[in-house]
Design a protein around this ligand. Structure first.
Ligand code: GLA
Ligand code: ZN
Length: 655
């Protein structure tokens, strides 16, 4: 286990490198990521490379025992390249983006591909045998190549041609007869660019474009990965993902990597703020294994406007939370706050003045702990019995047609996730193609696009004795975003033992459900009236036209159980039902952990470590197993541990 920093020597006078590296080493930092935005220095003119400055920076770091991850610099192509070629992406109005920020490149453009391969090759050949370099980060925070340029349009058409073979097939599959859109030549097929304002393209075309844009990024990255594997086979390759970001299919992107990394700003200004816990589990699920945090918040964040300052202890708590959820390295962004540029106020460990202050000491404390405990914690990972299924394609389809407030993918995942976490259960977030056999309970948010093979996998899981929870809007469409003809939930209606008789898109409107056991809960978003066909109702609606009709059903089938939720309830509904379901399936709920304390087990053969992180700015008491020994933090008194604000404890149980 390691602690690192994101370092930009090119932002600082060279005579500062030595004092910087010394301070890093004194803080216990043993890793640094460099160079991912330095293309204009590495290749100052077309085909002319300059690695000398980076060699000197690496020499300094190496001397201080700091190992280096290098980023390929392709997120920021240099000005001379743009001057020479038009590789700017087009927005949906086919308007070219310009120079001045970053990511101003179409990843499909043959010139971008060529220059990206060339700088990658030059860099990797230069550093393949450098004693400080241990691995590579491809580019930086990839997004799907949602570009509308002519190159993309042509490639999209070729992609469709390969997939569909004939126009007849494509026309039929997409239903292009609607609004007289039947294509008679491939070149007629548009991208989903702005057409008549406010009107939407064919949902099949839109979904295929999202797939294509995601695959374009994956194939761009693959070219770099192949170069690194060929020239530096002993180095690892990773990429810094963005947690709950969803434009690119992270399962596909990560397929080519050794492990994933991600950029974690829990109190920051990005989408994941406030969702670090969920995002960590999503990131661990991408490859079903431990990960790195390549950028961990180390101070105030923001560009034009800024976040609150992390409270004393909070940075360390967040960093331990990363490890608790499966991080094997935590790299802090960034070493020192930059004096200029867009990110002047995205603070690093050091302020602009470069003086080692509170945040430096807090991170040094964390690094000391990690370095001391690393031998013990290395090789541990998380093993859970409950999973939520995740799919980028389902998410895209729901973005294309959100239907009502509340059906959004992460909204659905969050409802289930936080209820389970509140009940003291660890959760994996996995693709449907993962090995599901060791899970006892699986929750499928709206599996809106259902393929035969998805239905088959779910059936196998249930027949093997598993318990499955299905959501509203399951099985509505096929994989091309076309509505199915079978009664809903279509391909899994026999598994669910229900048919959707009628539905009402409630949105923010509130109805209520009453459980057989008497409790009543508010529900909203969507209401499916379920017709029982083998299942039993465990809840019915209490209001409006669906009053008295089944809202939630349970079906005992082939050794397993399927719960079909026809609606979305308030959190207490899930807390109540999941507590019972977890009892039924025999998953132990960790008691005595307050909601704002994050407790996770990292395990290896022979030992289990409970990492408990108090995320609250107040003291909390948590229960740890009797007989556990203290690895870090306060001593347990009769199993109850008092954690000061933002404090952390680690407890070891044998076996
Ligand atoms: C991201 C990027 C970094 C930097 C930080 C802060 O996570 O990867 O380059 O921009 O955000 O803005
Ligand atoms: Zn393009």
């Amino acid at each position: 286990m390691r602690v690192g920093v994101d370092y930009y020597p090119e932002h600082w006078d060279e005579d500062l490198w030595e004092p910087h590296a010394r301070l890093m080493r004194e803080a216990g930092i043993t890793l640094a990521r460099l160079a991912e935005f330095s293309w204009c220095r590495l290749e100052p003119r077309d085909g002319i490379y300059d690695f000398e400055w980076l060699d000197r920076a690496l020499e300094v770091l190496h001397r201080h025992g700091i190992q280096v991850i290098l980023g390929t610099p392709t997120a920021t192509p240099p000005a001379w390249l743009h001057e020479r070629y038009d590789i700017y992406p087009r927005d949906s109005r086919r308007y070219p983006l310009g120079f001045g920020t970053r990511l101003q490149r179409c990843l499909n453009h043959p010139v971008m591909r060529r220059y990206s391969r060339r700088i990658t090759e030059a860099m990797v050949s230069h550093y393949a045998n450098h004693p400080a370099v241990i691995g590579w980060q491809t580019d930086n925070e990839f997004e799907a190549n949602l570009c509308y340029c002519e190159v993309c349009a042509d490639l999209f058409r070729q992609w469709l041609q390969r997939k569909y073979g004939t126009l007849e097939h494509l026309n039929k599959a997409w239903g292009t007869i609607f609004w007289s859109q039947e294509y008679t030549s491939w070149s007629q097929i548009p991208l989903p660019w702005v057409a008549r304002c406010g009107e939407e393209h064919n949902p099949s075309l839109r979904l295929e474009y999202r797939r294509f844009a995601s695959e374009s990024t994956v194939s761009f990255q693959r070219e770099q990965v192949e170069i690194i594997r060929r020239l530096a086979p002993h180095h690892f390759v990773t990429h810094n993902l963005m947690g709950l970001h969803d434009s690119v299919d992270y399962f596909a992107l990560a397929h080519d990597l050794d492990f994933v990394s991600w950029d974690n700003y829990p109190g920051g200004s990005w989408t994941n703020a406030g969702h670090a816990e969920l995002a960590h589990d999503v990131m661990r699920g991408v490859k079903g294994k431990n990960f790195w945090v390549m950028e961990q918040q180390s101070g105030i964040t923001g560009w034009g406007s800024v976040s609150r300052r992390p409270a004393p202890g909070q940075i360390r708590a967040w960093a331990w939370q990363s490890i608790a959820h499966g991080a094997d390295a935590v790299v802090f962004f960034r070493w020192r706050s930059c004096l200029y540029g867009t990110e002047q106020y995205w603070h690093g460990i050091l302020n602009h003045d470069g003086v080692a202050r509170r945040r430096y000491r807090e991170i040094a404390r964390f690094a000391e702990e990690v370095n001391r405990l690393s031998a013990e914690l290395d090789g541990t990972t998380l093993r859970h019995q409950v999973a939520i299924l995740h799919s980028y394609e389902q998410n895209w389809a729901l973005q294309i047609q959100p239907q009502v407030n509340g059906l959004r993918w992460w909204q659905q995942v969050s409802r289930y996730y936080y209820s389970l976490r509140g009940l003291g259960v660890g959760v994996d977030i996995v693709p449907i193609g993962a090995d599901l056999s060791h899970y006892r309970l699986i929750i499928a948010p709206s599996w809106y696009l259902m393929t035969e093979s998805d239905a088959e996998r779910l059936t196998q899981f249930v027949e093997g004795g598993g318990t499955l929870v299905l959501s509203p809007r399951t099985g509505v469409k096929n994989e091309l975003n076309v509505c199915r003809t079978e009664p809903l939930p279509a391909l899994v209606r026999h598994l669910a033992g229900v048919e959707v008789d009628d539905y009402d898109p409630l949105g923010d409107e509130v109805n209520h459900v009453r459980l057989n056991t008497g409790e009543e809960f508010a529900c909203s978003v969507w209401a499916d009236a379920l017709l029982l066909q083998g299942a039993e109702a465990i809840a019915t609606y209490t209001h409006s036209i669906f009053s008295g009709e089944p809202a939630i059903a349970r079906h005992q089938v082939g050794g397993g159980t399927v719960y079909t939720f026809g609606t979305y309830g308030e959190p207490e509904l899930y807390d109540t039902l999941f507590a019972r379901i977890l009892d039924d399936v025999g998953v132990q709920q960790m008691a005595g952990i307050p909601r704002d304390v994050d407790a996770q087990w990292r395990v290896k053969d022979g030992a289990r470590y409970l990492i408990v992180v108090n995320l609250a700015n107040e003291e909390r008491t948590a229960l740890v197993p009797a007989g556990a020994s203290v690895v870090l933090g306060s001593v347990s008194d009769g199993g109850a541990v008092r954690l000061p604000p933002y404090d952390v404890g680690i407890y070891r149980v044998e076996g």
